[in-house]
Design a binder for this molecule. Structure first.
Ligand SMILES: [Fe+2]
Length: 169
């Protein structure tokens, strides 16, 4: 049985919507807990705002096809969920695990948007191409910010830990 390319596109839009909902949860939880890493807090706050816009763009694309987003797809998010669980165990190095996981997550999102845009093109659905490209560009910028923060966050972690201070978050 063949599947209509439109249905493949709708499915990809829903998966990406579920991914953004997961992103919001992960980032909001981190922002609530962060104490010693203000640059990371700022980057996450900014990206939380952007992510609300990204979720909105996906909703608009779904609505224009007379579809809605579905409830969270566990199967799709299983991998990401496991990856993000890395940072959830309270530990002195929680900040490092979150940093690695954030880097992986943003790159996961980049792949998801590049694939989604490709699927849209294959399905002849280009109405939201520009909007989805904007989301992709935001993910790339956030991935770069997260990457650029690996050094500063790690140095601060070492400095705090070596001086006997709490450095976990
Ligand atoms: Fe993101």
């Amino acid at each position: 049985m063949s599947t209509d390319t439109r249905d493949i596109y709708v499915s990809a839009l829903r998966n990406t919507h579920a991914l953004e909902m997961q992103a919001l949860q992960i980032m909001e939880r981190q922002v609530e807990r962060l104490e010693h890493y203000p640059e990371l807090t700022d980057a996450l706050r900014k990206h939380i705002d952007e992510t609300h816009g990204q979720r909105q763009r996906l909703d608009e694309a779904l609505h224009s096809l007379n579809e809605t987003h579905s409830v969270i797809k566990e199967g799709f998010l299983g991998f990401v969920g496991n990856m993000m669980a890395l940072g959830h165990t309270p530990a002195q190095d929680e900040i490092l695990k979150n940093t690695y996981a954030n880097h992986a997550f943003e790159n996961f999102e980049i792949a998801a948007y590049e694939s989604l845009i490709e699927i849209g093109a294959a399905a002849g659905q280009t109405a939201h191409h520009t909007a989805l490209r904007q989301s992709l560009d935001e993910e790339k910028a956030m991935a770069q910010r997260v990457h650029d923060l690996i050094g500063p966050v790690t140095r601060r972690y070492v400095e705090l830990t070596a001086s006997g201070a709490k450095a976990d978050r």
